[in-house]
Design a protein around this ligand. Structure first.
Ligand code: SF4
Ligand code: SF4
Ligand code: FES
Length: 319
């Protein structure tokens, strides 16, 4: 099968150093991975093509790149599965991190954010004579998150990071969860307090991309939601993020549907006039586009609310 690889190239040492796409045609086998093809291109067509890889078995995490617009491990992605009808596969470096050359990105910022969550055990109490022990049952739920290979694919495609580089990001937050939920760790509250700050767990927009692209099924977004739940339970100081979640659930319980104006007022607080006023342009746009109900901006409860509330009761009764 002749496949065209459309590869984003960038060399900071050339002038002008602008990224551009270069195409290579290659006869590929149905078993070939994108990494096989890229290595073949480098060995036979263009030795200047720069990429990073090591294990070639989806273990080391070094070959993450964007393939047809989404981050993936090149060594785990079959060419045949990615080739378009016209036999084209587009390959680019990871997003949300600086490009060093061609498909190689600078992951210093990624590691800095992982360090920021203090990814080591901080036990409380007296040091045991031998090891800190935990039962297999109490650790089983952590096996998924411990499977993270730090490839950066989730960070590459994170929608929140794209607009705010202060966001600590899905990989670091999954790592934070790994220690907050470890029964041997004694620093849970201080970890949650740190994650409660701007740039922390409340800045995720729940786009689910980190779940989609993770090659190891770590489920970073689900871990972030668990951290939020633990933060609320531990009563870390209330932030807009935490209030938003609580008020959201309360309004749904009271009215059976979301009451957006009330959600904003209760999340930011009546005294936070500047924040509330900053929403006015959006409210006006909604009004002009007919999105404000005829019954007025504040929504009434839906009929049959009692039946609906049973869902909440069932959720609360769940173990
Ligand atoms: S779900 Fe949250 S953390 Fe995951 S990619 Fe989207 S914004 Fe980023
Ligand atoms: S959570 Fe998944 S995508 Fe993100 S760094 Fe870990 S293994 Fe890679
Ligand atoms: S080369 Fe190691 S994960 Fe792809």
């Amino acid at each position: 099968m002749i496949t065209t690889f459309r590869i984003r190239r960038f060399n900071p040492e050339t002038s002008p150093s602008m990224p551009y796409f270069q195409e290579y045609k290659l006869d590929t086998d149905r078993a070939d991975t994108v990494l096989d093809a890229l290595i073949h291109i480098r060995e036979t067509l263009d030795e200047s093509l720069t990429l990073r890889c090591s294990c070639r078995g989806a273990i080391c995490g070094s070959c993450a790149m964007r393939i047809n617009g989404h981050a993936a491990l090149a060594c785990k992605t079959k060419v045949q599965a990615m080739a378009s009808e016209r036999g084209i596969v587009q390959v680019e470096p990871m997003n949300n991190m600086p490009v060093i050359k061609d498909l190689v990105t600078d992951m210093a910022g990624f590691w800095e954010k992982v360090r920021q969550v203090q990814p080591w055990l901080q036990p409380a109490g007296q040091e045991p004579e031998a090891e800190y022990l935990a039962s297999a049952e109490s650790m089983n739920h952590l096996t998924g998150v411990m499977g993270c290979i730090m490839c950066g694919a989730c960070v590459s495609d994170c929608a929140a990071l794209e607009v705010d580089e202060r966001f600590v990001g899905p990989a670091a937050l999954a790592k934070a969860y790994r220690f907050v939920a470890d029964p041997r760790d004694g620093a849970g509250r201080s970890r949650l307090l740190a994650l409660n700050e701007p740039g922390g767990m409340w800045d995720c927009t729940r786009c689910m991309e980190c779940i989609e692209v993770c090659p190891k099924g770590v489920g970073a977004m689900d871990r972030i939601m668990s951290l939020r739940g633990q933060g609320i339970q531990a009563e870390v100081p209330s932030t807009c993020g935490a209030r938003h979640a609580e008020v959201f659930a309360d309004l749904i319980y009271r009215k059976g549907r979301l009451d957006e104006p009330m959600l904003a007022v209760r999340t930011f607080g009546l005294r936070n006039l500047s924040r509330l006023l900053s929403l006015l342009p959006m409210v006006l746009r909604a009004f002009v586009r007919g999105k404000v109900p005829k019954t007025g901006p504040f929504h009434r409860a839906i009929p049959g609310l009692e039946k609906f509330r049973r869902l909440f009761q069932r959720m609360e009764e769940r173990p």
